[in-house]
Design a protein around this ligand. Structure first.
Ligand code: MGD
Ligand code: MGD
Ligand code: SF4
Ligand code: MO
Length: 894
């Protein structure tokens, strides 16, 4: 193992479910740098753009440092007395189901364990749900239907060992970048490996796809049912496996019916030959892995999609063996840990079932608890409906922002307003939930907290502190334990540290298990504090009686259903809802490469903001043409629930009639960019997961009388423009804005905080153009570029102005001209965030002969550090060879 000195800590990245190991090093000047841990089996030293910028996100700016009651500073004792008092009062007056916890896959296993234990075993309600309901619930439900347990059968290595990797509803290149890099590297070694992407959009992931199936949204079940039938008809099934280890095969076939490619083409909108090609590839490739993510889970047919996929693996016996299996990749760093402790409202701790009396007995005996919840609690969407209806009297929200991330987000905000008592545990003062909190509790953040997380391949790793707790911030497990103590349950919550909780969690997993339950880490039930501190990443199961870790499940059956058979689940395809005339478009939502969720952390790193700096809607050129929407116009996307104003990104990457808007922008960074205000709260009947990728909407150009772009030293407050989007840059902020009514540009500049003794201005009222700049003591304070249409200045050049050497006189001429001097060409929208290389530079290098990603790396360094941009570089190169214009992977105005 690599030697590290005292200033370096081995920990785990707090972002995605790949769960990369990180080496964090503290320096004398207080800064922290991070590097990939070469010894961590998830990443072997790699990191993506978000992971490698972690050191830039640790400032205490925006941090909550003290408990607050009704907006006023308080102390822990007073705040928790109030919380315990209000919860107890509600329980006494209205019963245990009148209170609830809403937690998150971003708290650690130890935090989660305590929250779940308190609610289900001591308060006696199952009203604890988590943002994993928006994320993994359909996978959990699908796994349980097929396997009898929530088990991910495979490992990351399977992607490398496979000959065919099918990515369904997964933008791996942007959302699980290090896993994507491992896949890319494996393909370089095994050029025979084939990769299929099934996604309505042509994403960055498609850059390595041999076949991209741009199916109609929510038609995956038709495609995979057809595949099942094809496998039978082409005699590619494994009869022995089916017979020995599974049940319900024939009934399932009856539902999927004969393989009629024509009907499948009709349903999915795919070409018949593409479907046939895909089916043949699967039929002839034993080593097939099907990776799936939110295009599968976040759907009203999510659980059926999961089972349609699993059915094809059971039928071929391609499960639990090297290079084979269905593989649900998890989103959050601890989505899996949350499932292990039973954080969902319909689960019990240790992967046990709330509905199973035997399991309830086990858990209650182990906890020695006064009660045990015996019926499922409210799932996220229903939970907030109950809050809105006044049925929840006290609610504790921890490490998630439902007013931004749940569908019908404005409705959630209304619900929180009527809730009599809301507690919010947060690290960031700018989180969307903060204004709704009666009590605010400052939580420990990454770098301060201590515990474990489980990644997508069932690997448990340590998150370790390397910074002191700032102010009065405290870990979430401590907050919950103190609350339990104040409610009178102190004896069962007297944890000294995270290790003590981990020991209890490990012991429960092995308690009366004997191989009847998949989740067993009993081997760690007596782990010492010292061992816990130096715990190396390991995969479960790790039962007390077994020596080595098993790494895969179900190659030889051994399912966790009653008869220990794997279950085929008949799933009938249901055509998605027909479009109505008022709502002719389908809104799809998801992620961009360099932002994490609501941007409370990633937006602190200017270089991550350089990739895409404002919310956008991807719109097909034909739709744009029909609606007279030009590139970089502002558009309104509206549903019956709400609307957003975003920049138009006209691209053939999306299908006609569909638009894609990222989930990340909140009121803090844009005027009206919260896309979940538009998304419909419709859920999957089995998992309760909302269909976040399919909302019928209307789309229209928002007529703007003026457009503006500005760089500013100070963050402007109260921006008076119909559209705006703000992003930090080195030395200040950049602002995009636009307004519906004709305006006085100087007045706008002043309202945005323009000040300085030294100013320049050029105005052309006929053309509706204005450029202004303000200096104070030779330091540029702000520069503004206004015009009647979308502003055409190079953003990279303008953002560089703030960092320019003070006193440079040539800036004046540049600003008045609105462009960089001829000898310093514009680098274009940033593609490589590590080395700040733009698309113009890449295009130029390509035209000079750098015709591969490697050659671009050699000439510009782009793509040679974290590698997250390599698929975009490849797409740019492809575009240049195809000579298509206006189709890079970058937002227009980026
Ligand atoms: N950069 C970045 N990475 C992240 C995160 C982040 O915020 N930023 N968040 C993490 C989290 S919590 C999660 S859950 C994961 C999510 O990771 P992914 O699931 O890979 O990401 P998404 O962008 O939500 O959606 C994936 C794709 O589903 C497609 N899709 C939509 N509808 C359908 C459909 O009907 N069928 C199919 N087959 N596909 C469809 C969308 O077009 C989209 O490209 O990412 C994790 N990683
Ligand atoms: N339209 C649409 N909506 C979506 C999705 C989508 O694809 N489309 N994806 C959904 C998915 S998969 C997910 S996972 C959710 C994510 O949505 P959220 O969970 O709402 O997103 P985050 O911004 O990650 O919220 C985490 C919050 O916890 C705080 N925090 C960070 N660390 C800690 C800690 O240790 N303790 C405490 N107490 N607080 C902490 C952060 O400051 C932040 O405010 O969004 C869902 N919503
Ligand atoms: S892939 Fe990136 S975001 Fe995900 S764990 Fe690794 S470094 Fe973190
Ligand atoms: Mo997620």
């Amino acid at each position: 193992m690599t030697d590290i000195d005292k200033t370096t800590t081995r920990t785990t990245c707090p972002y995605c479910g790949v769960g990369c190991g990180v080496l964090a090093t503290r320096h004398g000047d207080g800064t922290v740098t991070v590097a990939g841990d070469p010894d961590h089996p998830a990443n072997f030293g790699r990191l993506c753009s978000k992971g490698s910028a972690l050191g830039e996100t640790l400032s205490l700016e925006d941090r909550l440092l003290h408990p607050e009651i009704a907006g006023r500073r308080s102390d822990w004792d007073t705040a928790l007395d109030l919380v315990a008092g209000k919860f107890t009062e509600a329980i006494d007056d209205h019963g245990p189901d009148s209170v609830a916890f809403y937690v998150s896959g971003q708290i650690l296993t130890e935090d989660y364990y305590v929250a779940n234990k308190l609610m289900k075993g001591f308060i006696g309600s199952a009203n604890i749900d988590t943002n994993s309901r928006l994320c993994m619930a359909s996978s959990v439900a699908g796994h349980r239907r097929a396997f009898g347990s929530d088990t991910v059968p495979g490992t990351y290595e399977d992607l490398e060992l496979a000959d065919l990797v099918v990515l369904v509803g997964s933008n791996l290149a942007w959302c699980h970048p290090v896993l994507f890099q491992r896949l890319e590297a494996a393909r370089a070694v095994n050029p025979a490996m084939r990769i299929v992407v099934i996604d309505p959009r042509r994403t960055a992931t498609c850059a390595i796809a041999d076949l991209h199936l741009a199916l109609k949204p929510d038609t995956d079940v038709a495609l995979f049912n057809g595949l099942l039938s094809f496998l039978v008809e082409s005699k590619s099934i494994n009869k022995n496996y089916i017979k020995r280890f599974t049940e319900n095969f024939h009934k399932t076939l009856e539902v999927s019916g004969p393989c009629e490619i024509g009907a499948i083409a009709e349903a999915s909108g795919l070409e018949r030959q593409d479907i046939a090609l895909f089916y043949k590839m699967v039929a002839r490739t034993e080593k097939t892995v099907t990776v799936y993510s939110q295009g599968v889970n976040q759907s009203v047919a999510g659980t059926d999609k999961v089972n349609a996929i699993i059915n094809t693996h059971l039928a071929t016996g391609r499960i639990g063996r090297p290079g084979m299996g269905p593989f649900s990749v998890t989103g959050q760093p601890n989505a899996m840990g949350g499932r292990e402790v039973g954080g969902l409202a319909n689960m019990l701790a240790g992967h046990m079932e709330l509905g199973n009396p035997h399991h309830r007995r086990i858990v209650q005996d182990f906890w020695q608890s006064p009660v045990i919840a015996d019926r499922p609690g409210l799932k996220a969407v229903d939970l907030f409906k109950a809050v809105g209806a006044g049925r929840i009297k006290a609610l504790w929200i921890m490490a998630t922002s439902p007013v931004d991330s749940l569908p019908d987000a404005d409705g959630i905000a209304e619900a929180l307003k009527v809730c009599p008592f809301v507690v919010v545990s947060e690290v960031s003062r700018s989180a969307g939930t903060v204004p709704f909190a009666d009590v605010l509790l400052p939580a420990a953040s990454w770098g301060e907290k201590d515990g474990t997380v489980t990644n997508s391949e069932r690997r448990i790793s340590r998150q370790k502190p390397f910074l002191a707790l700032p102010g009065e911030a405290r870990p979430d497990w401590w907050q919950m334990s103190e609350m339990a103590r104040k409610m009178g349950f102190g004896k069962r919550f007297s944890y000294r540290n995270a290790a003590a909780i981990f020991r209890e969690h490990a012991a429960l997993s092995g308690f009366r298990n004997g191989g009847t339950r998949d989740f067993d880490i009993g081997a760690y039930k007596d782990i010492s504090d010292a061992h816990y501190d130096s715990l190396q990443p390991f995969q479960w199961p790790q039962a007390a009686r077994s020596a080595a870790a098993e790494t895969r499940f179900f190659a030889d059956g051994g399912f966790f259903t009653d008869g220990r058979k794997g279950r085929f689940v008949p799933v009938a395809f249901q055509a998605p809802r027909k479009r109505e005339r008022t709502w002719p478009f389908i809104l799809n939502t998801g992620r961009v490469r360099d932002q994490w969720h609501m941007m409370t952390r990633t937006a602190k790193a200017p270089r991550l903001m350089a990739h895409i700096a404002e919310p956008f809607a991807e719109i097909h050129p034909e739709d744009a043409g029909r609606l007279a929407i030009a590139a970089a116009d502002i558009v309104e996307v509206k549903s019956q629930h709400g609307s957003v104003l975003v920049r138009a990104l006209v691209t053939s990457r999306v299908r006609r009639g569909e638009i894609y808007v990222p989930m990340h922008w909140t009121d803090r960074f844009a005027a009206r960019g919260r896309v979940d205000a538009v998304v419909a709260p419709e859920t999957d009947p089995h998992s309760g997961q909302p269909g976040l990728k399919f909302t019928p909407v209307a789309l229209a150009r928002a007529d703007m009388a003026w457009f503006g772009f500005a760089v500013l030293k100070e963050r402007p407050e109260g921006i008076d423009a119909d559209y705006w989007a703000l992003a930090p840059v080195d030395g200040g902020y950049r602002l995009e804005c636009a307004g519906r009514n004709r305006a006085d540009f100087q007045a706008i500049a002043v309202s945005l905080g323009a000040s300085g003794e030294d100013r320049i201005r050029i105005e052309d009222t006929v053309a509706g153009l204005s450029r202004q700049a303000y200096w104070q003591d030779d330091l540029l304070q702000a520069a503004f570029f206004f015009s009647a249409g979308p502003v055409q200045v190079s953003r990279q050049w303008a953002c560089g102005l703030l960092a320019a050497t003070p006193g440079r006189k040539d800036l004046r001429a540049q600003i008045l001209a609105g462009r960089a001097p001829a000898d310093r060409p514009d680098c274009g929208a940033i593609v490589c965030s590590c080395f700040q290389v733009g698309c113009n530079q890449i295009t130029e290098a390509a035209l000079r002969g750098a015709d591969s990603v490697a050659a671009i790396g050699e000439s510009l360094q782009a793509g040679t550090n974290c590698g997250s941009c390599r698929s975009e570089i490849r797409a740019l190169l492809d575009d240049i060879t195809r000579d298509t214009s206006n189709d890079s992977d970058i937002a227009q105005a980026g």
